[in-house]
Write a protein that binds this ligand. Structure first.
Ligand SMILES: NC(=O)c1ccc[n+]([C@@H]2O[C@H](COP(=O)([O-])OP(=O)(O)OC[C@H]3O[C@@H](n4cnc5c(N)ncnc54)[C@H](O)[C@@H]3O)[C@@H](O)[C@H]2O)c1
Length: 374
């Protein structure tokens, strides 16, 4: 199906290789990482060719291939720009860049050079997201009125993350994750689905905070909690929450006139999509306790077994781009899509406690507990 080159072979790169091996006809031209030891371990394990430097990788990259930028977020802009300047199509891990101006610069560069530029996540192309999209289009739940999407990962600063290793032994980069922040890292998982169904977000009312200031490693750390209300140009009002504090909850619930569509997992391509019909039984209003599973009529895509928190095929995005190139059509994962997702994500992450907030003019002290509750 096509050729990819890989820059950065840490924790997530192993998940890409597992996905690549589950797909047919995908090969690796070259791999490069600035950490020579990591590069050697990765290339030996997966039996893929290494490049001595970024230039060697870019020179050896075929024009109809895709470069995968799997470096740390702080390197994304420079690596993405270097690939575009070298005339390569790029699929970047999220975020596209750490600020909106940089993301816009990258998109301008890609457009001017007529190159594809896309960003992860690609779970929007997976079975669960596509099944929900199908359910929405076919009106199974009636008109959608409100969406709740949760990306709470549990109290991660107390997790045994030092023991989280990738297949070739790369440690989960906790310091980098805490510095980048769970919103920049994860909001895209549901934003991608939502934007693919409804198009642009018109406005965002959001707040973010650091609820656990003392994390392991060197800060400054990003907010570990964010909540947003999204107003789409053409879609239902949506509440989106991201945290590494609240108990694990990755549900998305779409409330429609006829009932509720739901999926319990954002990071599992094969997660079940269900529809619970709304019922009135005597004086009680409820959603059916026996929701119906929604299935697509046709086979979907190769699935990848769970590794750690994810059961996702990370190659669906690059494969979509390769197919688009082969067929001479635009890729579903366009640079406009990546840029809009980045803008919305940054608006949420950077909201702090002031954006759009109404300053309260009245105040009140905490209440004295009841004597029997002391
Ligand atoms: N860790 C996860 O579970 C996970 C899941 C999905 C996506 N991601 C995303 O994947 C990206 C990488 O994360 P990771 O967990 O693999 O990090 P990591 O630190 O394990 O690996 C990143 C690798 O990139 C290399 N690198 C950094 N800058 C480079 C440069 N300029 N040139 C060459 N190599 C460079 C580093 O040496 C390192 O080996 C991030 O954007 C992250 O958001 C991570």
């Amino acid at each position: 199906m096509g050729v990819v080159s890989i820059i950065g072979c840490g924790f997530v790169a192993d998940l890409y290789m597992r996905s690549l091996r589950a797909m047919e006809g995908l090969t690796v031209a070259r791999v490069f990482d600035r950490d020579a030891e990591r590069l050697a371990r990765f290339c030996d394990y997966w039996n893929v060719p290494r490049a001595a430097g970024l230039d060697e990788l870019l020179n050896a990259h075929p024009p109809d291939g895709i470069v995968l930028n799997l470096t740390n977020p702080a390197s994304h802009f420079d690596v993405n720009m270097a690939c575009l300047k070298a005339g390569c199509h790029v699929y970047s891990e999220k975020p596209l860049a750490l600020d909106l101006d940089d993301a816009k610069t990258l998109c301008r560069e890609a457009k001017a050079a007529r190159l594809m530029l896309a960003s992860a996540p690609c779970s929007v192309l997976g079975e669960a997201a596509q099944t929900m999209g199908y359910a929405l289009r076919t009106g199974i739940a009636g008109t959608p009125r409100l969406i709740y999407a949760e990306l709470d990962d549990g109290f991660v600063p107390q997790a045994a993350y030092r023991q989280w290793l990738s297949e070739t032994g790369a440690p989960w980069p906790f310091e980098d994750e805490f510095r980048t922040g769970c919103t920049l890292e994860h909001a895209g998982y549901y934003l991608g689905w939502l934007i693919s169904w409804f198009g642009s977000v018109r406005s965002v009312t959001a707040a973010s905070a650091q609820t656990i200031p003392h994390k392991e490693g060197t800060g400054p750390f990003a907010p570990d909690f964010a909540t947003a209300t999204l107003f789409f140009e053409n879609g239902p009002v949506t509440r989106l929450t991201c945290s590494i504090v609240a108990p694990h909850d990755h549900r998305i619930r779409i409330v429609g006139d006829k009932g509720v569509l739901s999926c319990n997992a954002a990071w599992d391509n094969g997660a079940k999509v269900r529809f619970a019909k709304r019922l009135t039984i005597r004086r009680r209003l409820l959603e059916s306790p026996l929701p119906k599973r929604i299935r697509l009529p046709q086979p979907t895509h190769p699935k990848v077994a769970r590794w750690g928190a994810a059961a996702m095929n990370f190659m669906l995005g690059p494969a979509e781009m390769l197919e688009a190139l082969r067929d001479g059509r635009p890729s579903r994962l366009s640079s406009e899509f990546a840029l809009h997702m980045t803008e919305v994500t940054l608006a949420i992450q950077n909201a702090g406690d002031m954006t759009g907030a109404q300053r309260m003019t009245t105040r009140c002290d905490p209440m004295e507990p009841m004597s029997w509750a002391m």
